[in-house]
Design a protein around this ligand. Structure first.
Ligand SMILES: [Zn+2]
Length: 281
């Protein structure tokens, strides 16, 4: 293993997922001298436009949104000190059931083998020791997150030297409860989502895992500020504004640990563990 630096590869669906889901570990491992590679699968064109204009509304220009989100992603990577950013540049598929699911070039309608082959090339190039992506439900059911999961698992099957450790992001149910309370607390001055949007909000009680099923708890307290700043780089997206309203300190307290489910391991590191690289250094 001495022929290359220890390497973490995170495979995410959209610009901003790297910050929400793995901002803490990306910042922490970069600070520990580990090479960090972020693969972002889509261009985020179905996100909010400038001024909060929603996809499908007048003035929402998907190309312009994609360009804006790419700049935001680059800024976030700078904050998190991501070593290499790789873009697969599929078109954002939008939420499940949207017409954009089937638009030409959408990630959701891209055959898994095709996306997996491109990702496998990146795995052969960087040879990550640790790969992080979502669970089979994409954590909360977004088609691009599900597809990111599928291509990652398929790519890992196809490469000659797959990562020693593979993880899916998750959240402990206990934290989801606390999170729900904070949402209500900050809800007072928070614009209520319209009913159509609320219907798309995931059911918090269905997300994440019971605490005892979580294999890996990584302390990222020292990098809460970084994670906040990375998210702030994506301030054009409505759902991030909620987090930013909490303020850096409160956010850091709430987000001090990132949790994962270890689904593959060849190191024999004991569980539960507190380090994605346990057994590798
Ligand atoms: Zn996403």
């Amino acid at each position: 293993m001495a022929d290359r630096p220890l390497t973490l590869m995170a495979v995410h669906a959209h610009p901003d997922d790297e910050a929400t889901g793995t901002g803490g570990v990306l910042a922490r491992y970069a600070a520990e001298g580990i090479r960090t590679v972020l693969v972002t699968c889509t261009d985020g064109r179905c996100g909010d436009g400038p001024g909060g204009v929603k996809p499908g509304e007048p003035g929402h220009d998907p190309e312009a949104v994609a360009a804006m989100r790419r700049q935001e992603l680059e800024a976030s990577c700078e904050v998190l000190k991501v070593s290499h950013l790789e873009l697969l540049e599929y078109a954002d598929s939008g939420m499940m059931g949207w017409a954009s699911n089937d638009a030409p070039g959408s990630f959701w309608r891209t055959p898994v083998e095709e996306g997996a082959a491109r990702l496998a090339e990146l795995m052969r190039h960087y040879r990550p020791d640790v790969v992080v992506t979502y669970d089979e439900n994409g954590f909360y059911g977004h088609p691009d997150h599900i597809q990111a999961h599928r291509i990652t698992m398929a790519a890992l099957e196809s490469v000659e030297e797959p990562a020693s450790k593979v993880y899916w992001t998750t959240a402990p149910r206990s934290a989801m409860q606390r999170f729900g309370e904070v949402m209500r607390e900050f809800g007072g001055d928070w614009e209520e989502p319209d009913p159509a949007e609320a219907a798309e909000m995931p059911d918090m009680s269905e997300i994440g895992l019971p605490d005892e099923e979580i294999t890996t708890w990584v302390d990222t307290t020292a990098f809460g500020g970084r994670k906040f700043d990375a998210l702030a780089a994506h301030a054009s997206q409505g759902e991030n504004i909620f987090f930013l309203k909490m303020g850096k300190e409160r956010f850091g307290e709430l987000m001090g640990v990132e949790t994962f489910l270890r689904v593959k391991d060849t190191t024999g590191a004991a569980l539960p563990e507190n380090d994605l690289f346990a057994g590798l250094r």
